[in-house]
Design a protein around this ligand. Structure first.
Ligand SMILES: NC(=O)c1ccc[n+]([C@@H]2O[C@H](COP(=O)([O-])OP(=O)(O)OC[C@H]3O[C@@H](n4cnc5c(N)ncnc54)[C@H](OP(=O)(O)O)[C@@H]3O)[C@@H](O)[C@H]2O)c1
Length: 290
């Protein structure tokens, strides 16, 4: 099985590159090797790599930045996905694309399933939802909504652009450096541990699961405060954590308040998505080991 990975220097890109190497050659393209917003370059790269599977890990992930730069957000998260889906369709390749919980409005009171209608509240969320729709243009597609990714590590083309890693990684960095952190008590998430997302992707692809939309998150949900508390307790640094509410922080882009996702569908397809507490423990152990 030949695999092409885009956005290969990102958190998830690096991990799926490692994971899929066990199934055959992987062409891993970072942004400096393939800018996915260049339609012709996408068609050429896919033609040259001749992949059986395309994993699109490239994205414009600056949630607040997208409010000021909607054109870039739409080009990377939506129209470039259309190019990739077109290339996948022409080659009859499997196309895997990653979405986000942010497509929901956050007003629910029980975990969102794949059949709940989205209600994006920001430019970023809208661009990602459009990307999902374009990804579905490839007949053999898997659209995996992930949430609050952690544990991937990443390289940046421009390291000064923004901090490496995601929120939980940066919280643990701070705790380990004895710096105080705060966690939202009223923002509820189902986090996704990067190695578990890569493993679930491999299960869908290698077992030829039904194409479609899947929520690819660890089992369970928690507030950001409770996630941070679990990490702080494990590190013996509980005193460094303080609670905060979303109303206390003004961000340019709206964030959904309640975004627990049901992962029943992907579990039914044979993926193993352990509880977030288990994923957090493995993550902290892996950090200590390295
Ligand atoms: N991180 C999260 O918590 C989160 C939550 C929900 C959904 N997701 C989704 O999960 C997927 C993986 O996210 P991630 O956290 O692994 O992202 P990431 O670490 O930010 O990696 C994204 C990669 O895409 C690259 N990229 C940006 N624009 C590009 C372009 N025009 N052409 C080619 N590459 C480009 C970036 O390069 P540079 O760094 O050099 O710009 C970066 O290497 C994305 O679809 C993301 O939207 C992530």
């Amino acid at each position: 099985m030949r695999t092409l990975v885009t956005g290969a220097a990102g958190q998830l890109g690096r991990e799926v590159t490692r994971r899929f190497a066990q199934y055959g050659p992987v062409v891993a393209l970072r942004r400096d090797g393939l800018d996915i917003t260049d339609h012709e370059a996408v068609l050429t790269a896919v033609g040259e790599a001749a992949p059986d599977v395309i994993l699109n890990c490239a994205a414009y992930n600056k949630v607040d930045g997208a409010e000021d730069d909607p054109v870039t957000a739409m080009r990377v998260n939506a129209f470039a996905v259309r190019s990739l889906a077109t290339a996948a369709r022409e080659r009859d390749a499997v196309f895997v694309h990653y979405g986000t919980d942010f497509v929901f409005d956050g007003d629910a009171s029980e975990p969102y399933t794949e059949s709940v209608a989205p209600g994006p509240q920001s430019v970023y969320a809208t661009s990602k939802l459009l990307g999902e729709w374009f990804a579905a243009g490839a007949p053999r597609h898997y659209i995996l909504r992930v949430e609050s990714l952690f544990g991937g590590g990443a390289e940046r083309t421009d390291p000064g652009d923004r901090p490496l890693g995601s929120t939980l990684d940066r919280m643990v960095d701070a705790l380990e450096a004895d710096r105080p952190i705060s966690g939202f008590t009223d923002r509820i998430v189902s986090p996704s541990y990067v190695p578990d997302v890569a493993a679930a992707t491999a299960v869908l692809v290698t077992t030829s699961s039904a194409p479609g939309l899947y929520h690819c998150v660890n089992t369970g949900y928690a507030s950001w405060y409770d996630l941070a508390l679990a990490a702080a307790r494990r590190l013996g640094r509980e005193a460094l954590l303080s609670p905060i509410t979303m109303a206390e922080v003004n961000t340019p882009a709206a964030r959904p308040r309640y975004c627990a996702l049901s992962n029943d569908k992907i579990l039914g397809a044979g993926a193993v998505m352990p509880r977030w507490e288990d994923a957090l423990e493995r993550y902290l152990e892996a950090r200590q080991a390295s």
